[in-house]
Design a protein around this ligand. Structure first.
Ligand code: GDP
Ligand code: MG
Ligand code: ZN
Length: 419
């Protein structure tokens, strides 16, 4: 019987509600009976008539039992009976580690308007973290359980990753990830990919602070939906909790949505798909956080914010950006914060020179900790038939690494050298 602190709360990676682990009901998965779970049905907004058929849920009963649950949570295996711990708010199965350790979930949120490059960013980022940065930075990415709405059961995030992104990007004939359907027509969009990121390199100071740790874990919850797709109030409040409860935010900005930049780029983009007034990503993000009521609106927001210009390869040949900002940074001796600082200054100056003052103004007036990044997931534009000759990302993980550095999980080169 594991014990827990009565005031410690965990954050559900599906509905982003806080709860005490002792309040989590269990689903008796060894039962052969399947019943409709109205809580899951509601959370997934399943179309009328389709039920969420799942093994039954066991709620706790009795005052004494409930009170005791503030101090412990029951074991899940007992002879032939196997149970899963589920979230009291949405009834989704909690990832094993989160469910069993009672760790505070540290969500890093990614947001951006439709077409800002979120899906391609996720698709390439996960692949690069596994295949390149695992060695370079010292990390391992562990797939966690999430949920498949087509199979109506728990699946590992890798399976969902392959369906959503891998099948397009990593096949023999790589293609750009197809556009995401809106949340209205697609209940799958409510389901995040959940990964545990274990960072394995320690500076001397971090080693001193965590003398017995083999690695430092943090959750990466990738929720591939844009605020503007969420026309229902429930979906909007889900998105609002995701953003306002995140430990760090990556905001993707589409350079093509700014006529000041678009007019300088020679390419065959569908210019009609861009309005003349760009979507105010930073303004909406700030309002979303403030409307969640977690921050005093007279104070700056504490959450580290990585303002990330996506599709950065498109800006290669336009005036005003030094070629050095397109170099890919290597983080083998720790996060290269000097290179990140230089790029950040260059991008800030570029935005101001282009008279896109709205971004730096909103960012610098409202956030305590921020930095600007230029990132390309693909390294080039796809051909009109969606095919890609190759995928050569530029600084795809810099904004994530900077947030991990701000949260104390990853050290800079200088911090690694210090005693
Ligand atoms: N040149 C270039 N184009 C990109 C890149 N990433 C995405 N795009 C383009 O932007 C479009 C939208 O990207 P997507 O990831 O679907 O955006 P989402 O709607 O935010 O998920 C894609 O179809 C590509 O044409 C990139 O790294 N470079
Ligand atoms: Mg998408
Ligand atoms: Zn939940």
């Amino acid at each position: 019987m594991p014990f827990t602190h009565p005031f410690s709360k965990v954050l559900c990676p599906f509905c982003f509600e806080y709860f005490h682990l002792g309040q989590a009901p269990v689903r008796v998965v060894s039962s052969s009976e399947l019943v409709n779970d109205p809580v899951v049905q509601e959370f997934l907004r399943l179309p009328a008539g389709s039920e969420a058929l799942m093994p039954p849920v066991e709620e706790q009963s009795g005052f004494f039992n409930k009170a005791m649950r503030n101090f412990y949570y029951p074991a899940l295996h007992n002879g032939k009976v196997t149970k899963h711990r589920i979230c009291p708010h949405c009834h989704m199965k909690l990832p094993i580690q989160l469910g069993n350790n009672g760790m505070l979930s540290n969500i890093i949120a990614v947001t951006g308007y439709r077409d800002s490059g979120k899906s391609n960013f996720f698709g390439v980022l996960i692949n690069e973290l596994k295949n390149r940065y695992s060695q370079e930075v010292g990390l391992n990415l562990i797939t966690q359980e999430t949920f498949s709405t087509s199979a109506m059961r728990s699946v590992f995030s890798d399976e969902l990753y392959n369906e959503r992104y891998g099948a397009d990007l990593l096949g023999d004939n790589p293609q750009v990830v197809r556009a995401t359907l809106s949340a209205q027509t697609n209940s799958d969009i409510r389901i995040p990919l959940i990964y545990r990121l274990n960072l394995t390199r320690f500076s001397k100071r971090q080693r001193w602070l965590h003398p017995f740790a083999n690695h430092r874990p943090i959750d990466l919850v990738l929720f591939d939906a844009a605020g503007e797709d969420m026309s229902s109030p429930e979906m909007l409040s889900l998105y609002c909790r995701y953003i306002s409860r995140a430990a760090g935010i990556i905001a993707l900005i589409d350079p093509l949505s700014y006529p000041e930049i678009r007019n300088d780029i020679t390419m065959n983009y569908r210019s009609t798909s861009y309005q003349n007034r760009p979507y105010d990503t930073m303004g909406v993000l700030t309002q979303t956080i403030e409307s969640a009521g977690r921050h005093n609106s007279t104070q700056k927001i504490n959450t580290p914010l990585a303002v990330t210009i996506s599709k950065f390869d498109l800006l290669r040949n336009i005036d005003g950006l030094d070629p050095s900002v397109f170099e890919d940074h290597v983080h083998s001796s720790g996060f290269d914060s000097l290179a990140a600082d230089k790029t950040s200054d260059a991008i800030r100056n570029f935005l101001i020179r282009k008279r896109i003052n709205s971004i730096p103004t909103v960012v610098e007036d409202n956030y305590k900790t921020y930095k600007y990044f230029g990132m390309s997931a693909l390294g080039r534009s796809p051909r009109p038939d969606r095919s890609l000759t190759s995928i050569e990302p530029i600084n795809i993980a810099d904004s994530l690494f900077w947030i991990l550095n701000q949260l104390g999980y990853l050290q800079t080169e200088e911090e690694m050298k210090k005693n």
